[in-house]
Design a binder for this molecule. Structure first.
Ligand SMILES: [Cu+2]
Length: 322
């Protein structure tokens, strides 16, 4: 429970307070000394850059990648980060420089300058070209993540080709949990996975808040929601996919944990503010060390499920005590 409260004994708590006091002081100082604005904006720029670096150094960055396509996602993320950082520093540096070197004229309001066509063209065309470039560069990764070609076990349509997957898992988001249903991996895959996602089979294994797999497994996910929009997010798998009412949204991953000699547990978070208890929608992706460990887990879970079903049946059919 303690993490629900702000811990005032920890020093990071005082950073925003110190920054706010500093900003108010600079604002007051700017009445007498206009260059205080330059100091304020310059130190904000430095604080943002330092904060970003400290966050990366302190491990508050994306966790280590654990999915086959995660490397490509990270590459795109870093490319966009480098581009935006460059232009952020450039524009902020020009701002700080201008604030330092230009004073408002005494007693007069500053002269208004209307557009410079060359400048406006430049800051329209350059971002447009960069955005178009990013859009083109990310296309192959996006297509692969959406199952369009390139992966021999995925087809462009999810209705077919599922027989090449190792695991077929339907994840049902609902306020406030993840209902998980596995197609029995020892049985042939359904020819129409979307129909299977809509209607459970008696041989399915049901679980709550846990998705189990093993390194190298081709895992097909079929994401659904019982009520509102949820978003299935596993940072280590670089997957974030919205779940929309009335739809089955496919997703997939091949786990590639850095250390597969042990069991890896990765958090599933709902990344859509889906209601009052949204924060409670936490599950786990469990990557067993190998296939045999996964098979052992599956067999014991399936055995327990059938035992439970049998005892429920026995209770239901037992003569009622009068
Ligand atoms: Cu949710």
């Amino acid at each position: 429970m303690s993490n629900l409260f702000i811990n005032t004994s920890e020093w990071p708590f005082y950073i925003p307070i110190a920054l706010s006091i500093f900003a108010v002081l600079m604002f007051a100082l700017s009445k007498a000394w206009p260059r205080a604005w330059s100091i304020l904006f310059g130190s904000t720029l430095l604080a943002v850059l330092a904060g970003t670096m400290v966050a990366a150094w302190a491990g508050l960055w994306l966790p280590a990648n654990g999915a086959s396509f995660g490397g490509e996602v990270d590459l795109l993320f870093n490319l966009i980060l480098v581009l935006t950082t460059f232009f952020f520093i450039l524009t902020e540096a020009i701002l700080v420089w201008s604030l330092w070197n230009h004073k408002p004229p005494e007693g007069k309001s500053p002269s208004a300058i209307h557009g410079d066509h060359r400048l406006e063209l430049a800051w329209t065309i350059v971002p447009a070209l960069l955005l178009a470039g990013i859009a083109v560069v990310q296309m192959p990764t996006w297509a692969r993540m959406k199952g369009a070609g390139n992966e021999s076990w995925l087809s462009t349509r999810y209705e077919v080709g599922s027989d090449k997957a190792d695991l077929l898992v339907c994840v049902h988001g609902r306020q406030w949990e993840w209902r998980v249903r596995y197609h029995d991996p020892t049985l042939p895959m359904p020819t129409r996975p979307l129909d299977w996602a809509a209607k459970a089979e008696p041989t399915d294994l049901h679980a709550v808040n846990e998705i189990h797999a093993y390194p190298g497994a081709k895992v097909r996910l079929l994401l659904r929601t019982h009520d509102v929009i949820h978003s299935f997010f596993v940072p280590q798998l670089r997957i974030k996919q919205d779940m929309l009412p009335g739809r089955t949204t496919p997703a997939w991953f091949i786990p590639t944990p850095a250390d597969s000699s042990r069991e890896n547990r990765w958090e599933i978070a709902c990344a859509e503010l889906c209601g009052g208890n949204h924060y409670r929608m936490r599950g786990q992706v469990v990557i067993h060390p190998d296939k045999s460990a996964f098979d052992a887990w599956y067999a014991s879970s399936a055995g327990e499920q059938s035992r439970r079903k049998r005892s429920e049946k026995a209770v239901a059919s037992a003569p009622k005590a009068s």
